[in-house]
Design a protein around this ligand. Structure first.
Ligand code: ZN
Length: 608
């Protein structure tokens, strides 16, 4: 085993699952003679927010030849060890109690960690290979625990076992999350690469269904890019919880969290909405294997992990990925064309209901992700636009523009393939101009105008025109319920005026979560956090709100009783007419040639 131990060697062990503590040891064979500095990242690539992982280091000490060394803290995330004779060893404990894909978690049921939360970087030696011994907790309760990670194993370490793992450099070390516990595992093989799905948490997943669907999605993405990047295996680490959703991409793995109800069960025939969302998450993170893990913004090479790394291009790395995560579902056949159009209808509804789209461009949204998209408050719908949701719609429009301007010879698929060949495979960072140049080369007419107009201004996307290319009509209707998110609906429209708010049930009435600009609720002076208890003198609830509103006409005066904090007040509101703010899409199958283009786009060439 000694031969695979590198000059920087870590070990990690859950020393006290009940207290959520990992102990990490870091041996540095050749420390800086002037005093070695070590540091922990402030953020994790893929999640653009300063999280200051070093705050979870509970205790830290350094030693050399069993002699304690002094350790000076330089700032919130850096320490300097006193000059001494090598080697040196750092010993520290990390508190791990965040059930998310971004940091670390540990209890009696499982352990999960990202390297960015637990492994200090050795300043000046970040490009050096390193090894890590991943150990299990001691005790009878843990003898059946296994280890799942995309990290390379040394020759002695068996698949899913504790032991020694290897990384080419610090960037690789922190790009392989690790799960340990009693998980379920199954796999499929694509292009000779095993793809493991590891599930932890209580669940009764119908594994054959999940494997078959995820395999089809992965196949679709590989075929579009032309090849799978070189890797030994790919690992999906899925944690199942009661309520939760999230994913974070890595070079040959991804960490996912989902709600138990969204998993497929053995009696499921047509995929549920929740399962479609989950498949979209698998699809999204797998697409990132190319787009953002290898085709990267130039400003991410290398990542600046000690502070924010700015880019105006998240619309390309998250927006285009969002477009293809849903397109991959219909192209692979795991959802129908109708299901797909429902998803797009919801995306359009989400973007168009928020007036934030009129205040922030996609480039600005990308640049300000750190403080705005990732730190959303109750006013986000009125202040910012999502580079995921609007970025995905931009990608769709760009796809149709490329098809038009290349006389149907090329599409966004070709742009992605060229980005892979020119930037991803050689790991050459992407600038805005590179995307323009690649797109321009595929089109007969220039495309700069399209990019500039829709990325650098707040003009609404030309969705109607773009859908018309595929004989799809973008239609608008009023919402049919308080939670109506868009897409085709067979329910009758609710005649409830236009409140312009999102609510949740509250024991005393209705809690206001979000207030949209220029809706009736805002005009009435009702704010986020307020509890509405009565409408025209009668108690109100989220369940009866629409029925209560159904008796009024636009222009009627309504009186609300509202608590703001502990202060009761009364306010009057004039009910405005219901707005058609809910999008859905309808196909016109009488256009044979356009229908053929639609089928080509969606990969649904068989009869429908
Ligand atoms: Zn993403």
């Amino acid at each position: 085993m000694q031969n695979s131990k590198q000059a920087i060697h870590y070990s990690i062990k859950p020393i006290h699952p009940e207290a959520h503590l990992y102990e990490i040891r870091c041996e540095i064979a050749r420390p800086n003679p002037a005093g070695q500095i070590v540091w922990l990242p402030a953020w994790i690539p893929g999640s653009y927010m300063i999280r200051d992982f070093a705050k979870n280091i509970i205790s830290i000490q350094a030693e050399s030849a069993q002699q304690s060394l002094s350790l000076q803290k330089l700032d919130k995330q850096r320490w300097q060890v006193e000059a001494c004779t090598p080697p040196i060893q750092l010993i520290y404990t990390v508190y791990a109690w965040d059930m998310s894909v971004r940091t670390a978690h540990l209890d009696q049921t499982h352990g999960f960690f990202n390297g960015s939360s637990v492994f200090v970087a050795v300043q000046g030696q970040e490009d050096q290979p390193c090894s890590v011994d991943i150990q299990l907790p001691e005790g009878d309760a843990y003898v059946h625990w296994r280890v799942a990670t995309g990290l390379a194993r040394d020759a002695q370490t068996e698949l899913f076992k504790s032991g020694r793992y290897l990384a080419d450099d610090y960037d690789a070390l922190i790009d392989h999350p690790v799960e340990m516990g009693n998980f379920s595992e199954a796999h499929f093989v694509l292009d000779d690469v095993p793809h493991h799905i590891v599930i932890s948490g209580r669940h009764q997943t119908h594994m054959p269904r999940l494997l078959a669907d995820v395999e089809k999605i992965c196949r679709t993405h590989i075929d579009m890019f032309g090849e799978l990047p070189v890797m030994e295996r790919y690992v999906f680490l899925l944690t199942v919880v009661g309520e939760g959703y999230g994913g974070l991409e890595h070079r040959n793995s991804t960490a996912l969290i989902c709600s138990r109800k969204d998993l497929p069960h053995q009696n499921m025939d047509k995929p549920s909405d929740g399962y479609i969302t989950l498949l979209g998450l698998f699809s999204h993170e797998y697409f990132h294997t190319w787009n953002v893990k290898r085709i990267k913004p130039a400003s991410f090479i290398p990542y600046q992990l000690e502070q924010e790394s700015y880019t105006t291009l998240l619309w390309a790395f998250e927006g285009i990925t969002s477009y293809y995560d849903e397109l991959g579902l219909v192209r692979s056949g795991v959802i129908t064309e109708d299901d797909y159009l429902t998803l797009i209808g919801k995306n359009i509804t989400r973007v168009m209901r928020g007036s934030g789209r009129l205040k922030q461009t996609l480039s600005e949204s990308s640049f300000d992700a750190w403080t705005r998209f990732y730190k959303q408050d109750e006013n986000a719908v009125n202040a910012i636009v999502s580079y995921y949701a609007k970025g995905g719609l931009f990608a769709f429009c760009l796809d149709t523009v490329i098809r038009q301007r290349s006389n149907q010879q090329h599409s966004l698929d070709d742009v992605m393939r060229q980005l892979w060949l020119q930037h991803g495979r050689p790991l050459k960072g992407v600038e805005y101009e590179d995307i323009l140049t690649i797109t321009h080369a595929l089109c007969d007419d220039p495309v700069d105008d399209f990019f500039d107009e829709y990325l650098n201004s707040t003009r609404d996307l030309p969705l109607e025109n773009c859908f018309a290319n595929f004989a799809i009509e973008l239609k608008w209707r009023t919402a049919t319920s308080l939670d109506d998110a868009g897409g085709r609906s067979t329910k009758a429209a609710a005649s409830h005026g236009f409140l312009g708010a999102r609510f949740e049930a509250h024991p005393a009435g209705i809690k206001v979560l979000v207030v949209f600009d220029e809706g009736d609720i805002q005009q009435a002076g009702i704010a986020s956090g307020d509890i509405i208890i009565a409408l025209d003198g009668l108690k109100i609830s989220k369940e009866n709100l629409l029925d209560r509103l159904a008796i009024y006409q636009p222009g009627d005066q309504l009186e609300w009783h509202v608590f703001r904090r502990d202060e009761l007040f009364t306010t009057k509101m004039s009910l405005s007419a219901a707005r058609e703010d809910t999008a859905w899409l309808q196909c016109d199958n009488s256009h044979v040639s356009l229908k053929a283009l639609r089928q080509q786009w969606l990969g649904t060439s068989s009869t429908d």
